[in-house]
Design a protein around this ligand. Sequence first.
Ligand code: PEP
Length: 266
Amino acid sequence: MTDRRPIVGGNWKMNTRRSSARELATAVVSSMADASPACDVVVIPPLVYLADVAEIVRGTSVRLGAQNVYPAADGAMTGEISIGMLQDLGVDTVVVGHSERRHEIGEPDALIAAKLRAVLESGLTAILCVGETLDQREGGDHERFTLGQLDSALAGLDSISADRLVIAYEPVWAIGTGMTATPADAQSMHAAIRQWLISQYDASLASSIRIQYGGSVKAGNAAELFAGPDVDGGLIGGASLNAEDFTAIVRAAAAPASLAQEGRLS
Ligand code: PEP
């Protein structure tokens, strides 16, 4: 048995406006106060609303995450945001390597590796996203590709803290599409990731790192997707925009097996 505490992140992507971001954060905070889940919960609003959401989550169990960062301190980098700026606002978690930044915006592996290093060295927590495209899955190349992304992002990081690194396995074809990996396929990739961590670091570190699943997780499928022994919660896009759905997903992460058996989330 492991004592990893599940972690659920709500990635709001480029959604909400200032008032709806504040309303959503307020609703999440109030439902988490009622649920007090055995699970870490992070809300990840658009960067421009971080200060608003920070004000609402401050002093609560809900953590604040950023969708992006630039890996340099200060200076001439128009349009970018530094780690120090995020820390100023109370951000404690940063998403790195999300598939939309890799595939839509074209962030290369080297930039993702630099971001990851900067986040980890600053003492913030990184959620490092990895995952294959549909072609890679259909060609049977999904595991090699996904582990290769990890290899590239973590290259040269010889000592990492299990508290500071979360890996999100997010098959690209499942993000925002309504398609999900099967629970067995998700568990199989998570186990392969953990094996890879053992081979690069050690068993104790590998067994402490949380590995989230992401890709069309909803209130109705969360319990079965989170039931695998190597699945430690999820990174949630669309369903995190509704506080009730997000809360149901958090509850499923906190107690996946028991809730699935009771059928309370189906
Ligand atoms: C995501 O944004 O990381 C994600 C998994 O999105 P969705 O839940 O909408 O598929």
